[in-house]
Ligand binder design. Structure first.
Ligand code: 1CP
Length: 345
């Protein structure tokens, strides 16, 4: 059923993503809803992290917190996690305090029954992740057009890292062993994840997401050649198939962002594979990245005002990665104030 959302009052982000001129670069921050905000702890209390994601009322309230606190923010991002896809694929993931996401049974080897089960399971993406779509629709209603809402998913390579490592990792020994020892089996799983990503993002758009971002947070663990083999083709597939799927569903095509953290060497290719926005991390020199992008895509980067020439087109303000729990909320406000001061002309 088509939704009847209020008209959008602040379209800076969507305009910038389409390459149009804006009065000032739009601003948002990865992980803007989260542990650095006291109001996040107040709402979350002792609730389990994934429970918060599964309850549309709570997820939508957490999404709105940074929007209510900071006037400068030009977009909301739905409160959820990239690991909801492995959960939908039948894997158990818990958020353990002080440890982060933890899988009870990570994939051990392709000869293990678990691998075959995950590969063979027909995932009903519409039903399994319905709670995310409900949270998106409710958030759009509560936003009442104040700012656009961003939907997201983890990229196939990054999700494979978690499914094989079983959680966060420093050296990624298991997943690296997999791609060298079992390249075909790794590719089969990456393809399966990529097709789920497409359907998941498409359903987020149906529910009300106005821009979507693909997080390849562990791209930097690959070498330039393994990135080309195990990450890039799947990012490309998502950008190619998602617009087709949206058309099929009778939905408007939305701008797409790719954030491949650490893959600075692939910036030129990332500008060519169909995304309208390329997110940059702190390894980039803004001025060099701007030259490489040559206006093909809109960039999203840290420490950027001067590097990007302070212009009103072709870039979005963000941090080089997610904001950490140790940031003082007023310090983030100072960052916003400085951006506004430096971009005022
Ligand atoms: O405000 C927002 O940005 C929306 C919410 C959001 C997003 C976009 C959360 C909430 N997670 C994510 C994406 C996400 N999750 C990524 C991609 C972005 C990135 O690279 O930062 C990744 C890698 C994860 C996995 C994850 N979830 C980690 C990292 C663990 C590791 O070291 O490998 C952690 C700590 C989480 C938990 C999490 N997700 C989100 C929050 C607020 C939290 C903290 C939960 C808590 O303890 O209260």
């Amino acid at each position: 059923m088509p939704h009847n959302f209020a008209p959008l009052k602040n379209d800076r982000l969507l305009k910038a993503a389409r390459g149009e001129v804006v009065d000032r670069p739009p601003i948002w921050v990865m992980r803007q809803a989260g542990r650095y905000l006291p109001e996040y702890h107040e709402v979350k209390g002792k609730l389990d992290f994934f429970e918060c994601c599964r309850k549309p009322e709570i997820a939508s309230n957490l999404t709105l917190q940074p929007i209510d606190r900071y006037e400068a923010i030009d977009a909301a991002i739905i409160f959820s996690d990239i690991l909801v896809i492995p959960q939908a694929m039948g894997m158990e993931v818990k958020m353990v305090d002080g440890q982060g996401p933890t899988f009870s049974e990570p994939l051990r080897s392709p000869t293990d029954g678990q691998y075959q089960m995950v590969l063979d399971k027909a995932v009903n993406v519409e039903a399994e992740l319905d709670y995310v779509y409900q949270a998106i629709t409710l958030t759009r209603q509560k936003l009442a057009g104040r700012v656009p809402l961003i939907g997201f998913c983890g990229a196939p390579w990054t999700l494979l890292c978690y499914m094989i490592e079983g959680g966060g990792s420093k050296i990624f020994k298991e997943v690296k062993t997999w791609i060298y020892r079992y390249p075909e089996e790794s590719q089969a799983l990456l393809k399966k994840i990529a097709s789920i990503c497409v359907e998941y993002l498409a359903q987020q758009v149906v529910a009300g997401a106005q821009l979507v971002q693909v997080f390849d947070s562990w791209a930097g663990e690959l070498s330039p050649s393994t990135f080309k083999e195990f990450a890039l083709p799947h990012l490309k597939y998502i950008a190619k198939i998602l617009p087709r799927r949206l058309e099929e569903l009778g939905e408007n095509i939305v701008p797409m962002t790719v954030f491949a953290k650490g893959a600075w060497y692939a910036l030129d290719e990332l500008c060519e594979i169909g995304y309208q926005v390329v997110g940059l991390d702190w390894l980039h020199c803004p001025a060099e990245a701007f030259r490489t992008a040559r206006g093909r895509v809109t960039l999203q980067v840290e420490e950027m005002v001067h590097g990007f020439g302070g212009g009103k087109q072709g870039w979005i303000v963000n941090l080089g990665h997610g904001i950490t729990p140790f940031v003082k909320p007023d310090d983030l406000k100072f960052f916003f104030d400085e951006i506004l001061r430096c971009t005022k002309q």
